[in-house]
Design a protein around this ligand. Sequence first.
Ligand SMILES: *Cc1c(COP(=O)(O)O)cnc(C)c1O
Length: 406
Amino acid sequence: MQRVVRDAKARIRSFVENLEDIRYENQRKVLRAFQEARVGSHCFFDSTGYGYHDGGRDALEAIFATVFCTDSALVRPMIVSGTHAITLCLSLVQPGEELVSLSGAPYDTLQTVIGTRGSSANSLIQRGVLYKEVPLHPEGSLDFEAIERTVSCKTKMVLLQRSRGYSARPSILVEQISKVCALVKRINPQCIFFVDNCYGEFVELREPTEVGADLMAGSLIKNPGGTLAPSGGYIVGKRELVFHCGERLTAPGLGAALGPTFGLMRPLMQGFFVAPHMVGEALYGAILASAVFTALGYATSPKVGEERTDIIQMIEFGSKEKLLAFCHEIQRCSPVDSHCTPIPSEMPGYEDPVVMAGGTFIQGSSLELSADAPLRPPYRGFLQGGMGREHIEIALSEVVATFKDL
Ligand SMILES: *Cc1c(COP(=O)(O)O)cnc(C)c1O
């Protein structure tokens, strides 16, 4: 192991210890939900066709609802990604109704969904939804005054993105979400408070739905899939809202009653069970990477001791060459496709070419060790995931060795 990494390990010890209570409590919460749902081997059978009476699917949805403290949950392998899950939630806003983003411009792919970018005839704006965006303060925090001026009794839904996505702004702590939720509800108690929770699950003790969010969505190839879910997304929230998302996913009248799970219940359940542990390992990796790159003289965010609410670690490389060298090294240290070189390319839904290093077992899974970046100055790289701290330490060691020669 490189000295820089060994020294960084020693420096982060106390910060890592602080995470242990969160890991313990979240694991306990998940374990208890499995027991309450009476999960048994009968839950793992192979449902096909319409997928009627899939008891495993019902049990998993009950588990998600319990863990996220909501009435109801929709957890499906046929939700193709986080973007799909979030789109189902946003589709509750009808033509002529108003949607307000409280956290500035949303994640790249959602800009196409909403219609602030691209020219899809199926975007919300093209279909007549009135959309407003409240920019964040220059340093990246929520602008409560502007939110108070923008949200009104006419606002049907507000959207808050917890994680930074591919931006330099800090992620939004659950404590902040709690405050802004109270503000929105004071202005308009009927307004649907919706949270894009991608990358946030199990990082803190509480989730946004425990502090007032009505609806929340995320991806199963990120945190709650625990690296084992082969595909899928989830939506949790108030019964009525989740019901409508179910009708959007399948068809009016059918809703969540249909949807085969093709024998995937075992990995979906096992993945959710190990998710608090896996997220803890990914957080360890993020903190270690922050410490290593700080020692090498790069700007990182979050900083080593900063409070975290997602698993993303940003490193500012300042040059395309260094960013690509970093991504190449992460790829080279992967268990799958280690002999491949990631090259930046156009991706559906993204504005700039994106480079994605991820030699992952599940395609695109970013709770497995992965690094990605849109290719634009100042060449920020985003590192996340890792199924165990040893793998992350090995990869960072290799990165450090390469960076010595740059
Ligand atoms: C990953 C992500 C999404 C959804 O992305 P998919 O690749 O479609 O799963 C949405 N919002 C944020 C903040 C994300 O990080």
